[in-house]
Design a protein. Structure first.
Ligand code: GUN
Length: 287
């Protein structure tokens, strides 16, 4: 068997076009504000990709670049100004932040209704109990990928590798809401390979280059690779040894060109959802 390779770029392009059409049909122009602290090159590239996608979807977007030595109070004041600005629907503060700023303090300062990253505890809590919420973009994009590929989630054994609050935990919550039987595995899990071999859906989000070997993948499994790692010889690879896994899996997402583009498309979905909710249109349940 050779797996179907999931084309995240193509699925994301369709999703972005759908979001643009939905905004137009609703007669609204959603507005996204992205805040960046410092001049980190990787963050700059991520931010540019996000704001470019927003502009191409017909959204209003602004990028606020703050000095790397800004105080936590200074950043919180910017966040509060955006919270109070009726012309802003979505706020995203790019992470990581310099060491003088506590990321959790910033995340908790964002109006939960404008929290298009879905990182605020109010949104995390709503997701945990299956209430309407803004959902973290990467796991939301993974669910869209699975749905678009026709992978059966209800009743499936799903294994999520990694328990970060940005990917692993919300991923496990979303799969649970979609009626999968979910194992959340992590660095202290005994016999990770054996856990993975039981998975009909395997989501790798640990940030360790090619940790998941071909013989960890059950025949026909859907393998979604959230990792983006740079190897010592300069290659960009995921958390899954792609070439090894290909003959085992039923579906597999590549790196790059898999989950990455889906994350940005999900951000646009969240910004539209926030814009609609702020105008009185209720956002649907996550599952
Ligand atoms: N840095 C890397 N990924 C992300 C993300 O999804 N959101 C934010 N705010 N910062 C990031």
């Amino acid at each position: 068997m050779t797996a179907i390779v999931l084309d995240g770029r193509a699925v994301a392009a369709r999703l972005r076009a759908r979001v643009r059409d939905q905004a137009m049909a609703a007669g609204i122009v959603p507005s996204l504000a992205v805040v960046m602290v410092g001049e980190d090159a990787a963050s700059r590239l991520y931010v540019r990709n996000k704001t470019r996608a927003a502009a191409e979807a017909g959204f209003r977007e602004q990028t606020i670049i703050l000095s790397a030595d800004i105080s936590e109070a200074g950043l919180l004041a910017v966040v509060r100004r955006l919270n109070d600005d009726p012309g802003v629907d979505g706020i995203l503060v790019q992470l990581p932040l310099p060491s003088q700023i506590r990321p959790q303090a910033v995340i908790e300062a964002i109006d939960p209704g404008k929290d298009v990253d879905g990182f605020h505890p109010v949104n995390a809590g709503r997701l945990a109990i299956g209430r309407p919420a803004l959902i973290p973009c990467t796991p939301k994009g993974v669910m869209t990928m699975l749905r678009e590929a026709g992978v059966a989630v209800a009743g499936a054994r799903a294994v999520v590798l990694g328990r970060s609050s940005i990917v692993g935990r919300p991923m496990a919550a979303l799969l649970t809401l979609a009626d999968a039987t979910v194992t959340l595995a992590h660095s202290r899990t005994r016999d990770l390979a054996a856990e993975c071999r039981r998975a009909e859906i395997l989501i790798a989000a640990v940030g360790r280059a090619e940790l998941v070997r071909g013989d960890w993948v059950a025949p026909g499994a859907a393998v979604i690779d959230v990792g983006i790692n740079r190897t010592a010889d300069g290659r960009l690879v995921g958390d899954v040894a792609f070439a090894e896994a290909l003959p085992h899996a039923g579906w597999i997402s590549p790196v790059p060109g898999g989950v990455g583009p889906m994350t940005i498309a999900s951000l646009l979905e969240n910004t539209l959802a926030a814009a609609l909710a702020r105008r009185g249109v209720v956002v649907g349940c996550p599952a």
